[in-house]
Design a protein around this ligand. Structure first.
Ligand code: UN1
Length: 527
């Protein structure tokens, strides 16, 4: 049986890690089924969280085991029964308090995000701000889970629809946005009346533990059991179980297209719901009317921000031939100013990649690029120092190359030339992914064409801002191999609820729809 600890102090030998305020320890439990239910089961296996800036371990955790998994799911299901009955605006109250707790811990949690993932502190804190923003949105949403009313075609009938919670929602997140993407899903799912089981990336489990501690404090204070729970593991065994588990009504998965495709097939096979946020291959188009004072910094942030490890990272830059030389020269100079180094040090704009494999994949991509005849304009190497650092890189390439067609998760920007906007749009769309896109232009007709049906085929299309850094108020997600899911704002909340159409007959007759006569009396008298 999994062991249930009443407080975190039940790990008496644990030494507090740097960010003691977040209650992290040298050795952490592998799962949490509720505010006072940290579980480390009978699992003997533990694994480390590695600081990508040094390559050294920060802290360890137990791997959750199958008993822990069962416990977490059972508690999430139990909690659901009560949570469903809490009025949605009251559910919003809990989320508001979580938002407040995140505000209090914004700096320390942002620093942990930076420490564990290697993104710079500004971006780590920005990610926590994104959680706070979605918490605020979810609070408002809790009073706006609107259904429509319809006019019935039948006399003295009323029709309307309402939205009910799904039950237990499973959220599987990636290392690159270790806390914000959970919040997009979990906080909206919670106001919708679901309970949420989180399976974070093994590369960023400390961030997840910290968020769980924050939620636990609020849930404990407010007297709620396992609305939010957590399973951590070094691998995918329990994630697979979650995806296959008939008791889990929705799987929200963020990760690669290859894995997402399998998740989608599996969840569809058991007729449950799935939200997929998969790979992007985002382009910025710069036409010859563009304001380069806007375009250059946006491209730099889009391509080197988070060391090129956002799903929204700018990976391709399509430049009109009239401004090609100027744009590449200015971009190259801007890249020179990008200080690479310790993500927590002031002035640094780009930290390391997440791990040694990511660095190797980046270097393999550079080798492939050279073999294909691509020209490195800037960068192109790894840095010879501890941690997983590479140079932010710009290279001239061709859209049709398999290399350019796939997502290399690093700061590698491919530049290409075009003659007409129609050509540029065709190039931009000529990849399998469809997440984010941007056009820099001062030409109204170009802007409108880009945003029209004949323009970008992506879930996100921007004018005069970059591909990354979306606000939470819009629905976030993309088409084609990006998976088609939509999370965060707009009406994304509907994905976490089931729609029910209700027809009420308040008359004394039973008219049938479509004017069908079904005359039982006539049948009876005929018989
Ligand atoms: C991701 O990379 O998985 O739009 C999410 C952005 C962020 C979210 C990125 N708000 O870049």
């Amino acid at each position: 049986m999994p062991k249930s600890n009443t407080t975190d102090a039940a790990h008496p030998t644990a030494k507090d890690v740097t960010l003691g305020k977040l209650e992290l320890h040298e050795l952490n439990p592998g799962a949490c089924a509720g505010p006072d239910e940290w579980l480390d089961g009978n699992s003997a296996t533990k694994f480390d969280s590695i600081n990508p800036a040094t390559g050294s371990p920060i802290a360890s955790a137990f791997c959750a085991n199958h008993d822990d998994y069962e416990r977490v799911i059972a508690r999430a299901r139990e909690a659901c029964l009560r949570w469903h009955m809490v009025p949605a605006p009251k559910r919003g109250e809990l989320v508001r308090k979580i938002g407040d707790a995140l505000r209090e811990n914004k700096d320390v949690l942002g620093e942990l995000v930076s420490l564990e993932t290697g993104k710079i502190k500004q971006e780590g804190v920005g990610e926590v701000q994104e959680m706070i923003d979605i918490a605020d949105l979810a609070v408002g949403q809790s009073r706006m889970l609107y259904g429509k009313t319809m006019h019935s075609e039948r006399v003295e009938h009323r029709m309307y629809e309402q939205w009910h919670p799904l039950g237990v929602v499973g959220v599987i997140t990636a290392f690159n946005f270790p806390v914000a993407v959970w919040a997009w899903n979990a906080l909206i799912a919670a106001v919708a009346g679901n309970t949420v089981v989180w399976k974070p990336s093994p590369k960023a489990f400390l961030c997840a533990l910290a968020v769980q501690h924050i939620c636990n404090r609020v849930m404990r204070r407010e007297g709620y059991p396992g609305i939010f729970s957590l399973i951590i593991e070094d691998g995918a065994e329990l994630a697979n179980r979650l995806v296959n588990d008939q008791r889990v009504a929705l799987i929200s998965f963020t990760g690669s297209t290859a894995v997402g495709r399998r998740v989608g097939e599996t969840v569809a096979g058991r007729m449950a719901k799935v939200l997929l946020e998969l790979s992007g291959n985002n382009a910025v188009i710069v036409d010859d009317s563009a304001d380069l004072d806007l375009a250059i910094p946006a491209i730099v942030f889009g391509s080197v921000g988070t060391a090129g490890q956002r799903c929204t990272t700018t990976r391709r830059l399509l430049i009109h031939r009239n401004v090609y030389e100027e744009v590449t020269a200015r971009l190259s100079r801007a890249y020179e100013q990008v200080k690479v180094g310790d993500p927590l040090a002031p002035g640094v704009l780009m930290g390391p990649l997440i791990d040694a494999q990511a660095k190797q994949r980046f270097l393999d991509a550079i080798r492939e690029l050279r073999q294909l005849g691509g020209v490195i304009i800037r960068g192109g190497d790894g840095l010879d120092r501890p941690g997983f650092y590479v140079e932010p890189t710009i290279a001239a390439a061709e859209n049709k190359w398999a290399l350019v067609q796939r997502e290399t998760f690093g700061p590698l920007l491919y530049v290409m030339k075009f003659e007409t906007l129609e050509d540029a749009i065709a190039m931009q769309n000529d990849v399998s992914q469809g997440l984010s896109s941007a056009l820099f232009t001062n030409d109204l007709r170009h802007a409108e064409l880009f945003l029209s049906h004949a323009g970008s085929d992506c879930g996100i299309a921007n004018i005069n801002i970059g591909t990354s850094g979306a606000e939470i108020g819009g629905a976030f997600g993309g088409e084609k191999d990006t998976g088609g899911g939509r999370e965060a704002g707009s009406d994304a909340w509907r994905a976490y609820m089931r729609r029910q159409t209700n027809t009420i007959n308040w008359g004394r007759e039973l008219p049938l729809a479509q004017g069908i006569e079904f005359d039982l009396q006539a049948t009876e008298s005929a018989g």
